[in-house]
Design a protein around this ligand. Structure first.
Ligand code: HEM
Length: 453
């Protein structure tokens, strides 16, 4: 398509909305659900679309070449966009929000905790926690599986990466984080929200309270580790070792790093699990095959690390679930300098948006895209998983998810441990709707009935 005449000098903008998004927002789109907006842009304009929001230029990408260009080739020209900057209210300067040398130093310090040899040791804890949960369930009961999965993955992150048992705090912590997520949409839309948080106007008091509760748990964990003087080689020990001792700034920075990994490492996996249980309950033939594999690989025993490589179909089930309901459903970047993208030339301060949810459901890349079909990810299949930038649930480039291998192993082990004993059925009449917050959550939770296998 022809580039529109540039507004300033030599810029060449992609096709897109002629009017400011604010104009459309009140007529056509529910601003609270950006997925509708992105889907509309992809359907109407194809690979790349441009619009303005206030004075800001925004481009939405839905083509692997453009996506690669921004996440990998021209990565140096981009920082995280506004929504991420806003999440500093909660996350501070941790690995997700930091940039440049700070980011690099944090990533290097944390890396050993995510090495292959290291994550092997996490498998036992994952299975122990998942089997404790499965043994506490009763046949015939209804549960909100989304909450169960949150508690499970929170406890797993705490024990594996931070060598801390949060069993007694897990509900409190999850509730405080939930409170923040509930306020999140509201907060990121507010002008000057970061500033308002410090003034504590009424509606935001709940945010501050919840953040204090989270901070208290995190500081307790850090202090206990520092005091013990013991180095168990956990991620927390690595973070403490790479942080200058003593002053308040260093303490705050440690808090930011810890809370970032907590949030990044549990919300995403919990949501991936909830969506997977839902998809299995709706696709009984796939569920049958999934059970068959688990029974033949495990033979009545609990899974162990060595089983992960043999639970191929289980991993494909998770992969297909991450395609249809990617917990990280969109990513954004903000251009430092003017840049070229294909035939277009765009100004500094343009926001670039990419959505896994939209690209993963594009029929050009995935035939019959709404069908749940784990075989797309089988060894024999030549598409999907191996084609980066059309399937990228963990992002790509230098900021690609540091926890990817951990997440595959954790997900596979949780699914196998629980499905060995139970199958889950959606509670009659329960509404299922994805809600795009920081992660893609089931808006009304996931009420399911527990049935013996
Ligand atoms: C299914 C589970 C997960 C999904 C879908 C997921 C997805 C992602 C994505 C898409 C990014 C890149 C964001 C961007 O470039 O803007 C990311 C970054 C990150 N993830 Fe994950 N993640 C998962 C699990 C985990 C786990 C288990 C951990 C840690 C225990 C983790 C820690 C992180 C961190 C620290 C970053 C920031 C990396 C950086 O900027 O250098 N994630 N994740």
């Amino acid at each position: 398509m022809e580039a529109r005449a540039s507004e300033r000098g030599s810029y060449r903008f992609p096709p897109g909305f002629q009017r400011n998004l604010l104009w459309y927002a009140f007529r056509k789109f529910r601003p609270a659900n950006p997925i509708f907006l992105f889907q509309h842009l992809a359907e109407t304009y194809g690979d790349i679309a441009h619009y303005k929001l206030g004075h800001n230029h925004i481009v939405f990408l839905n083509h692997p070449d453009y996506i690669r260009e921004v996440l990998v080739v021209q990565n140096d020209n981009f920082i995280k966009e506004r929504t991420v900057q806003r999440s500093k209210m909660l996350l501070g300067e941790g690995m997700i929000t930091s940039e440049g040398v700070t980011h690099r130093a944090q990533r290097v310090a944390a890396q050993p905790a995510f090495h292959r040899q290291r994550i092997v040791q996490y498998a036992d804890v994952i299975v122990e926690e998942a089997s404790r949960m499965r043994d506490s369930w009763h046949a015939g009961e209804q549960r909100d599986i989304a909450i169960d999965m949150m508690h499970l993955t929170l406890q797993i992150v705490a024990r594996t990466l931070f060598a801390t048992d949060l069993r007694f705090e897990v509900c409190e912590l999850a509730a405080a984080i939930n409170r923040i997520m509930g306020l999140y949409n509201f907060l990121v839309m507010l002008p000057a929200a970061e500033w308002l948080v410090h003034l504590r106007p009424p509606g935001l008091a709940a945010f501050v309270r919840a953040r204090k509760r989270i901070d208290a748990v995190v500081y307790r964990m850090i202090d206990a580790h520092v005091k013990s003087g013991r180095d168990s080689g956990s991620l927390l020990d690595l973070m403490i070792a790479s942080s200058p001792p003593g002053d308040e700034e260093a303490r705050q920075s440690l808090r930011d790093q810890v809370i970032t990994i907590f949030l990044a490492g549990y919300e995403t996996v919990a949501n991936a699990m909830s969506w997977t249980w839902y998809l299995l309950s709706q696709n009984l033939e796939c569920e049958r095959q999934f059970h068959k594999e688990i029974d033949s690989v495990l033979n009545g025993k609990l899974p162990a690390f060595e089983d992960v490589a043999r639970l191929r179909y289980t991993e494909s089930v998770m992969a297909e679930s991450l395609r249809l309901y990617p917990p990280a459903w969109a990513m954004g970047r903000y251009a430092r300098n003017d840049f070229e993208l294909g035939n277009y030339f765009l100004p500094a301060r343009t926001t670039v948006l990419i959505s896994q949810f939209v690209t993963h459901r594009d029929p050009r890349y995935f035939a019959d895209p709404l069908r749940f079909d784990p075989d797309r990810f089988s060894e024999a299949s030549t598409t999907a998983r191996r084609t980066k930038f059309i399937y990228f649930p963990f992002g790509a480039g230098p900021r690609q998810c540091i926890g990817e291998s951990f997440a595959w192993m954790e997900g596979t082990l949780i699914l196998a441990t629980i499905a060995e004993k139970w199958k889950l059925r959606l509670a009659p009449g329960h509404r299922v709707e994805p809600q795009p917050l920081i992660t893609l959550r089931p808006k009304f939770g996931m009420r399911m009935q527990v049935e013996s296998r």
